[in-house]
Write a protein that binds this ligand. Structure first.
Ligand code: AMP
Ligand code: GLY
Length: 421
């Protein structure tokens, strides 16, 4: 088969790596890709958010299956264009991608499906939002309704902080994403991510993970896209997993079918778990980054079979073969991230790293120039490893980190602390 993957992050490097493990893959193209992806697949440059441009590329290159990594092309309707053109695609329609593109939409679906989640209010003007906050009190959570690259969520410790966040959002600091605001009850508990392949009302769980969103050790400091992750998430035991499926995922996916906008693709279920009860924090309509890296290393070649079955409407026949293993990924980021940081610094020593089904250095923000690997983003490399225990996976991941020569980068040294004890 000829396969096209859209995206350029560590997530897409991991998707490309897993796809290449599968003998069905004859040719793999990734657009736009990065320096690490370029070492294993052909990279192509075109506008991945323009369905017409993608459709033309797919037809010229006889692509059989398109895997969409990030949310932007999904929200822009690229998967719809593929389906119209009769091309198999892994990723939801724009109508179903609203589960990530609009927080108020997801809350409304949860209400209709009776799925446990935080109480909320939805506002289109600042005064009404502030009155709601004064009434419900702090701590509270203020969210820009639309896509804000993971930055549109403010946890306000006081009413004054919440009011300032509301003014900020309606003032345009998150652009169009903040034209509507959702105010949520602050939930306590432990967070975990649950990944489910969905085709209409068929739901197949493929793994759990926990990530570290804060930049600093001990989960302190600013929020980031994710500084590291591990899989499985110990808190997602069989009982919690079953509850999440029965009370949250299945009823909300049935509601999407009922509304004539069935979901097809991977659903990232962000959960808050307290006293064995999961509640929905958010849905994302794609794999998490860096959670995808640990899932792909654990699933290996079967990940492609599963995505293909989902894309081709055969999910009811698919099965996951679970291994009793653990994986961890440690994000290497540019000094200064998530604030301002230098680009185009050189990374050395990548050539001496192991690259096998236990140890993979996935690339995120890298480019190749004259035989050198240079940085091009904040999150740059993902040292990803697998082992019989989480400790073994951790030791392998940090051994990779330590073998890289990149003085302009940093890592958190405590990824997995909660699970390692
Ligand atoms: P979101 O983009 O909605 O996932 O929010 C980002 C992060 O903010 C989540 O991963 C949680 O850590 C936190 N968060 C969001 N909503 C809530 C809530 N209602 N209660 C507590 N924490 C939340
Ligand atoms: N790691 C969080 C996300 O991908 O949204």
């Amino acid at each position: 088969m000829n396969i096209l993957i859209l995206g350029s992050g560590g997530r897409e490097h991991a998707l490309a790596w897993a796809t290449l493990q599968n003998p069905k893959c004859d040719k793999l193209i990734v657009a736009p890709g990065n320096a690490g992806i370029a070492q294993i697949a052909e990279c192509a440059q075109f506008d991945i958010n323009d369905g017409g441009v993608v459709a033309e590329f797919v037809s010229e290159n006889a692509i059989d299956l398109v895997i969409i990594g990030p949310e932007a092309p999904l929200a822009a309707g690229v998967a719809d264009r593929m389906r119209e053109a009769g091309v198999s695609v892994f990723g939801p329609s724009a109508a179903a991608a609203k589960l990530e593109a609009s927080k108020s939409f997801t809350k409304e679906i949860c209400d209709a499906a009776n799925a446990p989640t935080a109480a909320y209010g939805h506002f289109t003007d600042a005064e009404a939002a502030k009155a709601h906050v004064r009434e419900t009190g702090a701590p509270t959570v203020v969210k820009a309704d639309g896509l804000a690259a993971g930055k549109g969520v403010i946890i306000a410790e006081t009413v004054a902080e919440a009011e300032a966040a509301i003014d900020d959002m309606f003032g345009g600091s998150f652009g169009a994403a903040g034209a509507e605001v959702v105010i949520e009850e602050f939930m306590t508990g432990e967070e975990a991510s649950f990944f489910v392949l969905v085709d209409g009302d068929i739901c197949l769980p493929i793994g759990t993970a926990q990530d570290h969103k804060r930049v600093g050790e001990g989960d302190t400091g600013l929020n980031t896209g994710g500084m590291g992750a591990y899989s499985p998430a110990p808190i997602m035991d069989d009982a919690v997993t079953q509850k999440a499926l029965d009370e949250i995922v299945r009823p909300t996916m049935a509601e999407m079918v009922r509304r004539g906008t069935p979901y097809q693709g991977v659903l990232y279920v962000g959960l808050m778990i307290e006293n064995g009860q999961p509640r929905l924090v958010e849905y994302n309509v794609r794999f998490g980054d860096p959670e995808c890296q640990v899932l792909m290393l654990r699933l290996g070649a079967q990940a492609f079979d599963l995505m293909q079955a989902c894309a081709e409407g055969r999910l009811d026949e698919a099965q996951v073969t679970w291994a009793d293993d653990h994986a961890m990924t440690v994000v290497m980021a540019a000094n200064g991230y998530p604030g301002s940081y230098e680009k185009s610094t050189e990374i050395k020593g990548l050539g001496r790293l192991k690259a096998d089904s236990f140890n993979m250095m996935f690339h995120a923000g890298t480019t190749a120039e004259n035989g050198k690997v240079l940085t091009s983003g904040g999150r740059v490399l993902n040292a990803t490893a697998r082992g019989e225990t989480l400790q073994e996976a951790r030791d392998r991941a940090y051994a990779m980190v330590d073998a890289v020569d990149w003085p302009e980068g940093f890592v958190r040294r405590d990824i997995g602390w909660r699970a390692l004890g």
